[in-house]
Design a binder for this molecule. Structure first.
Ligand code: AMP
Length: 281
């Protein structure tokens, strides 16, 4: 497995592999890898990628000034071993200085799908995501890139960006990997105390209950009472809801009635840790 820190070296290598006919997959991550990330590498293998490039980069420009950039867990050595064991063929671990010129002044901005939900609560977040993903696309020259449904809005925004800017890269979205408790795997789960981890189960529980109620209602249900019930359940469990929303899974337009093809999107704080989860009905 190759390990790159230098963007130019990654680019030269992926270009040469492409020229030799290899189908290249890119799996962008911020590291501290868990089974959710590894499932994306497995998905790339299933799709017969000749080279699987995993980027591990805690992207400073997608964090707000009061967010957890400095504390974000970093485990480079363990990540390299996990990538190797999962079948990645290259890891890209650049420094922030290698990725961003001090006088950088160009951004990639998606203006519609990124407006609500996490975009509304984290100003500048998706601008940072789109910019780094565009840069990774330009450096890794992938045929396809694999993202997780865990970050539902992010996957939608990246798909739109890839389409609108003619990257010619397929965006594959893989399902959420959960712990046996139902908790969606996340690098940020490391921050949770045992009590917060218990509280955090209310997110996935609320989604399961919503899905069951939706099925019992015959596949159509007003959103507002369910939204109130979810907010109350999250608060009761000791979480501080950030948003509780339902939207059309394609357009991300908010809906008043839950129907098949809607997504329920949740964000809540457990102590200082912001967690997200979602479920498509
Ligand atoms: P992150 O390192 O948190 O930025 O995530 C990198 C990629 O892994 C993103 O595409 C995430 O959506 C995906 N991912 C993170 N957690 C999970 C999970 N539990 N299941 C599936 N994909 C995930």
């Amino acid at each position: 497995m190759k390990i790159f820190a230098d963007p130019a070296e990654l680019s030269a290598w992926t270009l040469s592999r492409r020229a030799a006919g290899a189908r290249i997959a890119l799996v962008p991550t911020m590291g501290c890898l868990h089974d959710g990330h590894l499932s994306l590498i497995a998905e790339a293998r299933r799709r017969n990628a000749g080279e699987i490039v995993v980027s591990v980069f805690v992207n400073p420009v997608q964090f707000g000034p009061n967010e957890d950039y400095a504390q974000y867990p970093r485990e480079a050595e363990a990540d390299i071993e996990k990538c190797r064991a999962a079948g990645a063929t290259a890891v890209f671990m650049p420094s922030p200085g290698a990725m961003y010129h001090p006088d950088r002044s160009t951004w990639v901005v998606e203006e519609n799908l990124s407006a609500g939900f996490c975009g509304a609560r984290r100003p500048g977040h998706f601008r940072g995501v789109c910019t780094v993903v565009a840069k990774l696309f330009n450096l890794a020259h992938p045929d396809f890139a694999v993202f997780g449904m865990k970050d539902f809005q992010q996957a939608a925004v990246v798909k739109r960006m890839a389409r609108d800017l003619d990257f010619g890269i397929d965006i594959v979205v893989a399902p959420i990997v959960r712990e046996p408790s139902g908790l969606a795997m996340s690098s940020r789960n490391k921050y949770l105390s045992p009590a917060e981890r218990e509280s955090a189960l209310a997110l996935s529980r609320s989604l399961r209950e919503t899905s069951a109620a939706f099925a019992a209602a015959g596949g159509e249900m007003p959103w507002e009472p369910r939204k109130r019930a979810i907010s109350a359940a999250l608060s009761q469990a000791g979480l501080r809801p950030d948003y509780v929303e339902a939207a059309d899974a394609e357009t991300l337009e908010p809906v008043e009635t839950l129907r098949k093809g809607c997504v329920v999107l949740l964000a809540a704080f457990a102590g200082k840790t912001r967690l997200i989860d979602n479920m498509v009905l």
